[in-house]
Design a binder for this molecule. Structure first.
Ligand code: HEM
Length: 415
């Protein structure tokens, strides 16, 4: 059969099955993918916890929103990201995120030095300059879209800089990267799949041009350093997937961390004011957002052996869906978990960046970018308010605004 017809049929069947499990059998995982889950996934996570620490799911195997169980699974080496190929993320080769040790350990060790807080200490001034450059043209009076004006271009500028992508290629990178990033929510239509395949092909072409360039003219960037390890610690075939992962992991997540932080603050004028009064509180706002409205809502693992988890028999290879954002609202781990609180202290460590060996490699970079963005924003736009529409992304793995219209009303400025 024509592959596009097969694909179309799979998409339709997949959607019908999700709709059936969501509307008829009320499976929480299926409901998360429907309008209900986009609107308020947190009510669904609460329901999952009410049903138990580990709950069966007809579509995935098991699901959990318990902080204790999520953390245990992420740190248990009997769980794999790709047990017997049982997991198919459907988004192409994703390097580290789809690798178990020892390959994971080897490749992570090569990329890790570029992302330590120490290595990034020198990047703050450059990030501030990028943020200022983005804020400069935004209107001091009247409205603008925070996502396209600030949240989206910042991570692109930062990661292309860190990788050493020449400015001439960075626009193409951003365009193709955004298309591929949209696959995290699962292909939406046959046309979407066709666009994904094309973007993937183009991105690989642009990347190979960057590799060629850096082979001729090595610089003080990550691609040049990775190229120096090629053949020795890194297989040539592993280089492109690693760079693709760094690019996509950095794009599609940080934009939502910035969007979710600003949204949470603007919805609580007293907390916005607290950051305006003391911009150093921006770091606390970013951290609380990672807990309270995490950009990456879920991940999954599969055990490589039959085992018992939270008193339930889990057969080898069955998929365990981990609601990270749900775990972050678990009252057993955080007092008054549904409250967004800049002064929160104590409680467990949030799972906004996951845990265990796949703990987000870019966490220090993401924290710094979002903190600098919020710090500068409150300094330059202290009277910011929501003035227009909030449009959320259609996917439910990554959560955040796709459009967030804000501005400083002229009346407020005159007062
Ligand atoms: C707000 C921003 C970010 C969030 C919320 C986030 C979240 C996450 C999460 C939840 C995981 C683990 C997924 C799992 O356990 O299955 C992860 C892994 C990863 N992230 Fe991030 N991330 C962010 C930004 C970044 C940035 C800026 C980069 C790099 C440029 C990055 C690079 C990675 C990489 C390479 C991995 C895979 C690590 C491994 O498998 O060892 N992330 N991220």
């Amino acid at each position: 059969m024509n592959p596009v017809v097969t694909l179309a049929r799979e998409l339709v069947v997949g959607r019908s099955v999700t709709a059936w499990h969501g509307y008829v059998s009320r499976d929480p995982f299926a409901r998360l993918q429907l309008a209900e889950g986009r609107r308020d996934p947190y009510a669904i996570y609460t329901e999952v916890r009410r049903r138990g620490e580990l709950v069966p799911s007809p579509r995935t195997g098991f699901q959990t929103a318990s902080h204790r169980v999520c953390r245990e699974v992420l740190r248990d080496r009997r769980f794999s990201v790709n047990a017997d190929g049982a997991i198919n993320r459907g988004d192409g080769q994703m390097s580290l995120l789809e690798l178990d040790p020892p390959d994971h350990t080897r490749i992570r060790r090569l990329a890790a030095p570029a992302f330590t807080p120490r290595a990034l200490a020198g990047s703050r001034a450059r990030m501030e300059a990028v943020v200022d450059g983005l804020l400069d043209p935004l209107p001091r009076e009247g409205s603008f879209d925070l996502v396209s004006g600030l949240a989206s271009p910042l991570p692109i500028a930062v990661i292309t800089d860190l990788l050493g992508v020449p400015a001439a290629n960075s626009e193409a990178f951003a365009r193709y990267g955004a298309t591929i990033g949209s696959a995290l929510a699962g292909p939406q239509s046959v046309a979407h799949v066709v666009r994904l395949i094309e973007a993937d092909r183009q991105l690989r072409r642009v990347l190979s041009e960057v590799f060629e360039h850096r082979r001729r003219e090595p610089g003080d960037d990550l691609v040049s350093r990775l190229l120096a390890s090629e053949g020795d610690q890194l297989e040539p075939a592993e280089l492109a997937p690693l760079c693709m992962l760094l690019l996509l992991a950095g794009f599609e997540t940080t934009v939502n961390l910035i969007g979710n932080t600003v949204l949470a603050l603007l919805e609580r004028p007293d907390q916005w004011q607290a950051v305006v009064a003391d911009p150093s509180v921006a770091a606390a706002a970013v951290e609380e957002t990672l807990r309270w409205d995490a950009p990456v809502q879920r991940t999954f693992r599969a055990p490589t052996v039959d085992l018992e988890l939270a008193g339930v028999e889990v057969p080898r290879g069955s998929m365990v869906m981990l609601f990270l954002a749900g775990a972050n609202r678990d009252p057993a781990a955080f007092p008054d978990p549904d409250r967004f609180d800049l002064t929160r202290t104590g409680g467990a460590e949030h799972l906004g960046f996951s845990a265990g060996i796949h703990y987000c490699l870019g966490a220090p970079l993401a924290r710094l970018e979002a903190t600098v963005a919020v710090e500068r924003l409150v300094q330059r736009f202290p009277l910011l308010q929501r003035t227009g529409r909030l449009r959320r992304r259609s996917g439910t793995v990554i959560r955040g605004p796709q459009e967030l219209v804000v501005g400083q009303p002229i009346r407020a400025l005159a007062a």
